[in-house]
Design a protein around this ligand. Sequence first.
Ligand SMILES: NC(=O)c1ccc[n+]([C@@H]2O[C@H](COP(=O)([O-])OP(=O)(O)OC[C@H]3O[C@@H](n4cnc5c(N)ncnc54)[C@H](OP(=O)(O)O)[C@@H]3O)[C@@H](O)[C@H]2O)c1
Length: 272
Amino acid sequence: MSTLLLTGATGLVGSRLLPRLVADGHDCRVLVRREQPLPDGATAVLGDLDDPTTLRAATEGVAAVVHLAALFRTDDEAAIWRANLDGTRHLLDAVTAHAPAARFVMASTGNVYDHDQARPGQEDDSCHPTAAYPASKVAAEALLRESGLTWSVLRLPFVYGEGDGHLASMPTLAERFGLHPAHTYSVAHHRDVAAAVRLALTGALDGRIANLADDAPVTVYDMARLAGSPIDGSAEPLAHPWAGRMDSSLLRSLGFRPAVPTIWDAAAQGIL
Ligand SMILES: NC(=O)c1ccc[n+]([C@@H]2O[C@H](COP(=O)([O-])OP(=O)(O)OC[C@H]3O[C@@H](n4cnc5c(N)ncnc54)[C@H](OP(=O)(O)O)[C@@H]3O)[C@@H](O)[C@H]2O)c1
């Protein structure tokens, strides 16, 4: 059985992806910063993207890497750049040295697209993000593309589901960032993050950046309501109506179909 390295396995996305990768039959090695319980079939390697000396044991001999680890729920911009750009550089160096044939799949974000775009973001749009998180992701994507490894990038939308608390945080996010209630975001359920990662692991996305999104973008208003904390509407016009929206036709053309087509299906199935 070939070994797959997963980073970010303790996060919202990774903790839901890991059991699925294990169930798929991957021998999962997981980079963790501290000891913690993992599903049967996963092996922890203690390490930190900040410390290159810890990454040999994590990467040696792996056939694939799924790199989710990142920092973005903070205002500390230096820490964001350190984790997302320097950390990715350290990981790429380790993979190049110890597993040069590995397929490297990296999670990025739909936040990379310009906020004043006139339509949903497409993968070959030029992106000029100014905030540290998306800017560090664009820079990390470039490092990966130039690494000489076999690579793909999945730009994730707002990911939700399985009680991860992300949807429940929407009323707080709306207040903190002044989100317009009528603003729509591309979204995807954890099941479909797994489906997209599975597709990437087949090689179908090699050498590509691909947007992930389900069939129906959702308003902030609807997300808050689905989370059980309704917010008021607003009659103000939207300043940047296409910010946070991604065109997922490339991924669909490569075989992806969402297993959870809309957030409403997730609500009906009880998997929010
Ligand atoms: N969730 C979303 O809606 C969403 C949307 C777009 C893109 N994404 C992308 O998807 C990925 C996962 O997001 P998430 O929501 O799961 O993030 P998260 O919940 O914040 O988890 C971040 C993960 O990265 C790990 N990490 C951070 N710094 C590290 C370091 N220096 N060394 C090793 N591990 C480190 C954390 O480990 P600790 O437990 O040790 O802190 C944790 O496992 C990210 O790349 C993010 O950019 C997510």
